[in-house]
Design a protein around this ligand. Structure first.
Ligand code: CTP
Length: 485
């Protein structure tokens, strides 16, 4: 299939730009060269497949190279005839690793089948100690693969094909061991080999004992994987089967489904873009037990992070202490102080988008006491010396690896638009969402509603009062337009 025919089949050059996240000149260059760059071929193949056009993933031609003459597809090569028999619904490769949460994978398969997704499953040896390949196959409607060296499995579906034909690879539950293997590129069984061989987006739903999850080794592996674009959903917090309490429970199947949906080809308008979002209040310690805080609930920032993730962006949500649960599919970094928030935000760069929705405390206590401050007998109250906190939005806006789009919020009680316009210039942001926090009858903090104006270099636009969720969706529409998606 020639490159011009492929571009036409995908809906024209603009669609191809959106699919690959490139500009018009890149697409012209591909045309001139007569081919897509290697990294783009899997995406193009997936998009063609989603439109019912079956081509070889390596050459994007109708014929696979070295197509074997015999009836059985060769191990490790792509067989065009087998591909042409694939169903049109997205193919999810679910990898189940060992752990008590493995039984929840059965429910997950059912929810995936409800959506008419084609589900192929790979189980590790330890997963089979908890659930059987028979029950998995009964629910997925497909053979369950578990042995890298099984001749039958390899003949039917080589590990390279398993890896290549997946639209999304979901690891649920993922053990600490499998995460460590992925981080270090080990490939000593079918699951880890497929994970090393795939070019599809990978979503990990970890489940393990809270101490194992909190262990610096696991956290370092998680960070490493996230930096390479692997997405995480969960783990959730709560009672564990091992009798302990903390973060380590497998995310709910519905959250895993939502996070998977965002990764399906063509589903997310912001696919592949990196975004960092700050949310919630900060707590600035006074002494060992007291702190200065504000009433921010984190609802708006969390809603924005969730909406970005739903559109396929790779989201780091940096949140101060809030009751709001973290949305599925985002990497949550929990912080307390403004300085911690700044460190986490800068660690998330480079990023394409930065949205500062946090109500960062402007001041911290310079004479913070390590011990609880006691009342004095003479009735004299202590004096707190305050120092100014770093301005995270301004720092990101002026950073040498500045995100392409930097968005801030301006909480104002009067002259909302004028103050927000001045704030946009002062802080160097591209856009400011100004909200009026001075309305006695409609408080913004903690409320589900927010009244905002969008301030850009082009001027001011009032948005109707809608829920924080709708504001998030509206903002994502604008961001998608800005990125030509
Ligand atoms: N912000 C920030 N770091 C700070 C203070 C604010 O990143 N130390 C960000 C907020 O997340 C928000 C924007 O700056 O996106 C504006 O916050 P706001 O509280 O309205 O502004 P202030 O800088 O506090 O200005 P002022 O007190 O003069 O209104």
């Amino acid at each position: 299939m020639g490159i011009d025919a492929i571009i036409d089949a995908l809906g024209g050059p603009t669609q191809v730009q959106a699919l690959l996240g490139v500009g018009p000149s890149a697409v012209s260059n591909y045309r001139a060269r007569g081919q897509f760059p290697e990294y783009a071929r899997v995406r193009v193949w997936q998009a063609l497949k989603a439109r019912g056009i079956m081509v070889d993933p390596e050459t994007l031609s109708f014929e696979a190279p070295n197509t074997p003459q015999q009836d059985t597809p060769q191990i490790g090569t792509t067989d065009a005839r087998a591909i042409s028999k694939l169903p049109l619904e997205p193919t999810i490769l679910l990898i189940i690793s060992g752990g008590i949460a493995a039984y929840k994978a059965l429910e997950l398969i059912r929810r995936m089948r409800d959506r008419h997704w084609h589900v192929r499953v790979v189980m590790t040896a330890s997963a089979q100690q908890f659930i059987t390949p028979l029950s998995v196959s009964a629910l997925s409607g497909n053979t369950t693969y578990h042995d890298l060296f099984s001749l039958t499995d390899e003949a039917e579906m080589g590990h390279i094909r398993l890896a290549r034909e997946a639209d999304v690879v979901v690891v649920a539950p993922s053990t600490a061991n499998l995460m460590a293997k992925m981080a270090y590129g080990l490939a000593d069984d079918l699951a880890s080999t497929v994970l090393l061989a795939t070019g599809a987006p990978v979503l990990i739903a970890p489940a393990m004992n809270p101490f194992m999850w909190a262990n610096p080794a696991t956290q370092t592996n998680k960070k490493l994987l996230q930096q390479r674009g692997v997405r995480f959903v969960g783990p959730d917090s709560g009672d564990m089967a091992c009798g302990e309490d903390g973060a380590g429970r497998l995310a709910e199947p519905k959250d895993i489904i939502t996070a998977t949906e965002a990764l399906l080809p063509g589903n997310g308008r912001l696919n592949g873009l990196k975004a960092v979002v700050t949310s919630g209040p900060t707590h600035e310690p006074i002494d060992a037990v007291r702190y200065i805080a504000n009433r921010s609930s984190g609802k708006q920032g969390h809603a924005i992070a969730a909406a970005l993730a739903k559109e396929g962006a790779i989201v780091t949500l940096i949140s101060g202490p809030v009751d709001e649960p973290p949305p599925g599919g985002v990497a949550l970094v929990s912080v307390k102080t403004a300085r911690e928030m700044e460190t986490a935000a800068l660690a998330a760069l480079p990023s394409d988008i930065a949205i500062c929705a946090a109500a960062v405390g402007d001041f911290s206590v310079a004479n913070e006491s390590a011990q609880k401050i006691k009342k004095s007998d003479d009735g004299e109250a202590p004096t707190l010396a305050l120092r100014q906190n770093p301005d995270i939005l301004a720092t990101i806006s002026h950073h040498q690896v500045r995100p392409r789009l930097v968005i801030g919020f301006a909480a104002e009680t009067e002259n909302v638009v004028d103050y927000a316009m001045a704030k946009r210039l002062r802080k160097g942001a591209d856009w400011m969402l100004a909200n009026d926090v001075g309305q006695a009858d409609a408080p913004v903090f903690g409320s589900d509603y927010n009244l905002v104006h969008l301030i850009t270099a082009m001027g001011n636009e009032a948005w109707p009062e809608v829920s924080k969720q709708e504001i998030a969706n509206h903002l994502i529409d604008r961001i998608a337009t800005e990125f030509n998606r």
